[in-house]
Design a protein around this ligand. Structure first.
Ligand code: BTN
Length: 265
Protein backbone atom coordinates (compact mmCIF):
# COMPACT_ATOMS: atom_id res chain seq x y z
CA UNK A 1 0.00 0.00 0.00
CA UNK A 2 2.81 2.37 0.79
CA UNK A 3 4.62 2.18 -2.55
CA UNK A 4 2.20 4.47 -4.38
CA UNK A 5 1.78 7.11 -1.70
CA UNK A 6 4.22 9.55 -3.33
CA UNK A 7 2.76 8.98 -6.76
CA UNK A 8 -0.63 10.21 -5.54
CA UNK A 9 0.59 13.55 -4.19
CA UNK A 10 -1.23 16.12 -6.25
CA UNK A 11 0.06 19.59 -7.07
CA UNK A 12 -3.08 21.59 -6.31
CA UNK A 13 -1.92 24.76 -8.11
CA UNK A 14 -1.19 22.75 -11.25
CA UNK A 15 -4.56 21.01 -11.01
CA UNK A 16 -6.39 24.32 -10.75
CA UNK A 17 -4.36 25.88 -13.58
CA UNK A 18 -4.92 22.97 -15.96
CA UNK A 19 -8.54 22.04 -15.29
CA UNK A 20 -11.99 23.48 -14.51
CA UNK A 21 -11.49 22.80 -10.78
CA UNK A 22 -11.64 26.05 -8.73
CA UNK A 23 -10.63 24.77 -5.33
CA UNK A 24 -9.10 21.49 -4.16
CA UNK A 25 -7.80 19.53 -1.19
CA UNK A 26 -5.78 16.33 -1.19
CA UNK A 27 -5.56 14.16 1.92
CA UNK A 28 -3.27 11.27 2.82
CA UNK A 29 -6.23 9.47 4.34
CA UNK A 30 -9.94 10.11 4.74
CA UNK A 31 -12.86 7.84 5.59
CA UNK A 32 -14.51 8.70 2.26
CA UNK A 33 -14.02 11.64 -0.10
CA UNK A 34 -17.75 11.52 -0.95
CA UNK A 35 -18.77 11.71 2.69
CA UNK A 36 -16.45 14.68 3.25
CA UNK A 37 -17.68 16.46 0.11
CA UNK A 38 -21.31 16.02 1.19
CA UNK A 39 -20.45 17.48 4.60
CA UNK A 40 -18.95 20.51 2.85
CA UNK A 41 -21.67 20.86 0.21
CA UNK A 42 -23.78 23.40 2.12
CA UNK A 43 -20.80 25.65 2.88
CA UNK A 44 -21.25 28.66 0.62
CA UNK A 45 -17.54 29.55 1.00
CA UNK A 46 -16.63 26.46 -1.02
CA UNK A 47 -16.12 27.52 -4.63
CA UNK A 48 -17.17 24.91 -7.14
CA UNK A 49 -16.07 22.79 -8.92
CA UNK A 50 -14.36 21.71 -5.71
CA UNK A 51 -12.22 18.57 -5.70
CA UNK A 52 -11.38 16.53 -2.66
CA UNK A 53 -9.09 13.54 -3.03
CA UNK A 54 -7.41 11.01 -0.81
CA UNK A 55 -4.51 8.65 -1.27
CA UNK A 56 -6.31 6.17 0.97
CA UNK A 57 -9.87 5.83 2.23
CA UNK A 58 -10.76 3.90 5.37
CA UNK A 59 -14.50 3.73 4.62
CA UNK A 60 -14.76 4.15 0.84
CA UNK A 61 -18.34 3.77 -0.33
CA UNK A 62 -19.80 2.24 -3.48
CA UNK A 63 -23.31 2.31 -4.92
CA UNK A 64 -26.12 1.04 -2.70
CA UNK A 65 -24.68 -0.57 0.40
CA UNK A 66 -21.43 -1.60 -1.28
CA UNK A 67 -18.03 -0.68 0.02
CA UNK A 68 -15.25 0.51 -2.27
CA UNK A 69 -12.06 -1.50 -1.81
CA UNK A 70 -8.78 0.08 -2.93
CA UNK A 71 -5.03 0.15 -2.49
CA UNK A 72 -2.65 3.13 -2.76
CA UNK A 73 -2.43 2.92 -6.57
CA UNK A 74 -6.10 3.82 -6.94
CA UNK A 75 -7.17 7.32 -7.93
CA UNK A 76 -9.94 8.33 -5.51
CA UNK A 77 -11.60 11.70 -5.48
CA UNK A 78 -14.91 13.51 -5.35
CA UNK A 79 -15.95 16.68 -7.11
CA UNK A 80 -18.62 18.97 -5.69
CA UNK A 81 -20.46 20.66 -8.54
CA UNK A 82 -23.07 23.38 -8.67
CA UNK A 83 -25.26 22.12 -11.45
CA UNK A 84 -26.91 25.46 -12.16
CA UNK A 85 -23.52 27.13 -12.65
CA UNK A 86 -22.61 24.32 -15.02
CA UNK A 87 -25.78 25.06 -16.97
CA UNK A 88 -27.21 21.57 -16.50
CA UNK A 89 -30.83 21.50 -15.26
CA UNK A 90 -32.05 18.44 -13.36
CA UNK A 91 -33.50 16.84 -16.48
CA UNK A 92 -29.93 16.60 -17.80
CA UNK A 93 -28.51 14.86 -14.70
CA UNK A 94 -28.99 11.24 -15.84
CA UNK A 95 -27.09 12.03 -19.05
CA UNK A 96 -24.48 13.88 -17.02
CA UNK A 97 -24.00 10.74 -14.89
CA UNK A 98 -23.47 8.59 -17.99
CA UNK A 99 -21.25 11.29 -19.49
CA UNK A 100 -18.97 11.15 -16.47
CA UNK A 101 -18.35 7.46 -17.12
CA UNK A 102 -17.89 8.21 -20.81
CA UNK A 103 -15.23 10.78 -19.91
CA UNK A 104 -13.36 8.22 -17.82
CA UNK A 105 -13.58 5.69 -20.65
CA UNK A 106 -12.31 8.19 -23.22
CA UNK A 107 -9.43 9.13 -20.92
CA UNK A 108 -8.43 5.49 -20.45
CA UNK A 109 -8.56 4.95 -24.23
CA UNK A 110 -6.02 7.75 -24.65
CA UNK A 111 -3.65 6.01 -22.22
CA UNK A 112 -4.34 2.46 -23.40
CA UNK A 113 -5.28 2.57 -27.10
CA UNK A 114 -4.96 -1.20 -27.51
CA UNK A 115 -7.19 -2.31 -24.65
CA UNK A 116 -10.97 -2.74 -25.00
CA UNK A 117 -12.61 -0.11 -22.82
CA UNK A 118 -16.30 -0.61 -22.08
CA UNK A 119 -19.22 1.12 -20.38
CA UNK A 120 -21.71 -0.70 -18.22
CA UNK A 121 -24.84 1.33 -17.54
CA UNK A 122 -25.19 3.54 -15.65
CA UNK A 123 -21.61 4.47 -14.92
CA UNK A 124 -19.16 1.62 -14.50
CA UNK A 125 -16.12 1.51 -16.74
CA UNK A 126 -14.67 -1.83 -17.75
CA UNK A 127 -11.38 -2.96 -19.25
CA UNK A 128 -12.09 -6.16 -21.14
CA UNK A 129 -14.76 -7.84 -19.01
CA UNK A 130 -13.65 -6.45 -15.65
CA UNK A 131 -14.53 -3.28 -13.78
CA UNK A 132 -11.84 -0.64 -13.53
CA UNK A 133 -13.79 2.41 -12.40
CA UNK A 134 -16.82 3.03 -10.22
CA UNK A 135 -18.70 6.29 -9.88
CA UNK A 136 -20.94 7.32 -7.00
CA UNK A 137 -23.11 10.41 -7.51
CA UNK A 138 -24.84 11.80 -4.44
CA UNK A 139 -26.74 14.85 -3.29
CA UNK A 140 -26.78 16.66 0.03
CA UNK A 141 -30.25 17.48 1.43
CA UNK A 142 -28.82 20.81 2.56
CA UNK A 143 -27.56 21.81 -0.91
CA UNK A 144 -30.01 20.35 -3.44
CA UNK A 145 -28.52 22.07 -6.50
CA UNK A 146 -25.10 20.64 -5.82
CA UNK A 147 -23.96 17.14 -6.75
CA UNK A 148 -21.04 15.15 -5.40
CA UNK A 149 -19.43 12.96 -8.02
CA UNK A 150 -17.10 10.36 -6.49
CA UNK A 151 -14.74 8.51 -8.78
CA UNK A 152 -12.62 5.50 -7.93
CA UNK A 153 -10.32 4.56 -10.79
CA UNK A 154 -8.06 1.53 -10.54
CA UNK A 155 -4.93 2.94 -12.13
CA UNK A 156 -1.97 1.09 -10.56
CA UNK A 157 -4.12 -0.95 -8.19
CA UNK A 158 -2.76 -4.37 -7.21
CA UNK A 159 -5.40 -6.94 -6.34
CA UNK A 160 -3.16 -9.48 -4.53
CA UNK A 161 -4.58 -8.45 -1.17
CA UNK A 162 -8.12 -7.85 -2.44
CA UNK A 163 -11.10 -9.89 -1.25
CA UNK A 164 -11.37 -13.11 -3.28
CA UNK A 165 -14.69 -12.12 -4.90
CA UNK A 166 -13.15 -8.91 -6.25
CA UNK A 167 -10.09 -10.48 -7.85
CA UNK A 168 -12.04 -12.12 -10.66
CA UNK A 169 -14.19 -9.09 -11.51
CA UNK A 170 -11.88 -6.08 -11.08
CA UNK A 171 -8.86 -4.87 -12.95
CA UNK A 172 -6.64 -1.81 -13.31
CA UNK A 173 -4.89 0.11 -16.09
CA UNK A 174 -1.58 -1.31 -14.84
CA UNK A 175 -2.98 -4.85 -14.70
CA UNK A 176 -4.09 -4.67 -18.35
CA UNK A 177 -0.85 -3.19 -19.66
CA UNK A 178 2.05 -4.03 -17.31
CA UNK A 179 2.80 -0.29 -17.17
CA UNK A 180 2.61 2.13 -14.24
CA UNK A 181 0.81 5.42 -14.71
CA UNK A 182 1.18 8.80 -13.01
CA UNK A 183 -1.96 9.36 -10.92
CA UNK A 184 -1.69 13.18 -11.16
CA UNK A 185 -1.41 12.90 -14.93
CA UNK A 186 -4.42 10.61 -15.22
CA UNK A 187 -6.39 12.95 -12.94
CA UNK A 188 -5.64 16.07 -15.00
CA UNK A 189 -6.40 14.35 -18.31
CA UNK A 190 -9.65 12.96 -16.94
CA UNK A 191 -10.82 16.35 -15.66
CA UNK A 192 -9.96 17.98 -19.00
CA UNK A 193 -11.93 15.34 -20.92
CA UNK A 194 -14.86 15.67 -18.52
CA UNK A 195 -14.99 19.45 -18.97
CA UNK A 196 -15.13 19.06 -22.77
CA UNK A 197 -18.06 16.66 -22.48
CA UNK A 198 -19.88 18.90 -19.98
CA UNK A 199 -19.45 21.89 -22.33
CA UNK A 200 -20.83 19.89 -25.24
CA UNK A 201 -23.76 18.65 -23.19
CA UNK A 202 -24.59 22.20 -22.09
CA UNK A 203 -24.35 23.47 -25.67
CA UNK A 204 -26.60 20.69 -26.98
CA UNK A 205 -23.84 19.44 -29.29
CA UNK A 206 -23.46 16.12 -27.63
CA UNK A 207 -24.67 12.85 -29.14
CA UNK A 208 -24.43 10.74 -26.00
CA UNK A 209 -26.34 7.82 -27.53
CA UNK A 210 -23.86 7.45 -30.36
CA UNK A 211 -20.82 7.92 -28.14
CA UNK A 212 -22.19 5.47 -25.57
CA UNK A 213 -23.15 2.80 -28.08
CA UNK A 214 -19.56 2.49 -29.33
CA UNK A 215 -18.47 1.34 -25.85
CA UNK A 216 -21.63 -0.22 -24.35
CA UNK A 217 -20.85 -3.71 -23.03
CA UNK A 218 -24.51 -4.65 -22.56
CA UNK A 219 -26.09 -3.99 -25.97
CA UNK A 220 -27.40 -7.22 -27.47
CA UNK A 221 -26.94 -9.17 -24.26
CA UNK A 222 -29.52 -10.66 -21.95
CA UNK A 223 -29.56 -8.55 -18.81
CA UNK A 224 -31.35 -8.50 -15.49
CA UNK A 225 -32.22 -5.11 -14.03
CA UNK A 226 -32.94 -5.06 -10.31
CA UNK A 227 -34.56 -1.94 -8.89
CA UNK A 228 -36.87 -0.86 -6.08
CA UNK A 229 -39.83 -1.79 -8.29
CA UNK A 230 -38.67 -5.35 -8.97
CA UNK A 231 -36.71 -7.32 -11.55
CA UNK A 232 -36.75 -7.16 -15.32
CA UNK A 233 -35.00 -9.64 -17.61
CA UNK A 234 -34.61 -9.01 -21.33
CA UNK A 235 -32.33 -8.05 -24.16
CA UNK A 236 -30.45 -4.78 -23.76
CA UNK A 237 -31.04 -2.39 -26.68
CA UNK A 238 -28.55 0.24 -25.49
CA UNK A 239 -29.55 3.63 -24.12
CA UNK A 240 -32.21 6.16 -25.04
CA UNK A 241 -31.52 9.86 -25.69
CA UNK A 242 -32.36 10.73 -22.10
CA UNK A 243 -29.88 8.17 -20.70
CA UNK A 244 -32.40 5.43 -19.82
CA UNK A 245 -31.38 1.82 -20.39
CA UNK A 246 -33.58 0.21 -23.04
CA UNK A 247 -34.53 -3.41 -22.39
CA UNK A 248 -36.75 -5.54 -24.66
CA UNK A 249 -38.89 -7.89 -22.59
CA UNK A 250 -42.36 -9.44 -22.97
CA UNK A 251 -42.88 -7.81 -26.36
CA UNK A 252 -42.21 -4.27 -25.12
CA UNK A 253 -39.28 -1.91 -24.84
CA UNK A 254 -38.81 -0.84 -21.23
CA UNK A 255 -36.91 2.30 -20.24
CA UNK A 256 -35.01 1.84 -16.98
CA UNK A 257 -33.93 4.92 -15.06
CA UNK A 258 -32.59 3.31 -11.88
CA UNK A 259 -31.33 0.00 -10.63
CA UNK A 260 -28.48 -2.41 -10.95
CA UNK A 261 -28.01 -4.28 -14.18
CA UNK A 262 -26.00 -7.39 -14.87
CA UNK A 263 -25.55 -9.51 -17.96
CA UNK A 264 -26.80 -13.04 -17.38
CA UNK A 265 -25.94 -14.71 -20.72
C1 BTN B 1 -19.33 1.91 -7.28
O1 BTN B 1 -18.87 1.39 -8.31
O2 BTN B 1 -20.07 1.26 -6.53
C2 BTN B 1 -18.97 3.33 -6.97
C3 BTN B 1 -17.61 3.43 -6.34
C4 BTN B 1 -17.20 4.84 -6.05
C5 BTN B 1 -15.89 4.91 -5.30
C6 BTN B 1 -15.39 6.31 -5.15
S1 BTN B 1 -13.76 6.39 -4.50
C7 BTN B 1 -13.91 8.11 -4.27
C8 BTN B 1 -15.32 8.36 -3.75
N1 BTN B 1 -15.37 8.21 -2.31
C9 BTN B 1 -16.12 7.18 -1.93
O3 BTN B 1 -16.32 6.82 -0.76
N2 BTN B 1 -16.62 6.55 -3.01
C10 BTN B 1 -16.22 7.21 -4.24
Amino acid sequence: MKQDREAAVIDIDHLIAETFICQAQWHGELPSTNTRAIELAADSKIATPFLIGATEQTAGRGRGSNRWWATGGTLMFSVLLDMQSLGLPQVEWPRFSLGTALSVAETIEAFLPNVAVGLKWPNDVWLGSRKTCGILIEQSDRAPGRLVVGIGLNVNTQFNSAPEELRSIATSLAGESSQQFSLPDVLVRLLQRWEINIDQQRNGEWDLCRLWSRLCVLTGRIVRVTSATGELTGVCLGIADDGALRVAAQGETHHCYAGTVRPID
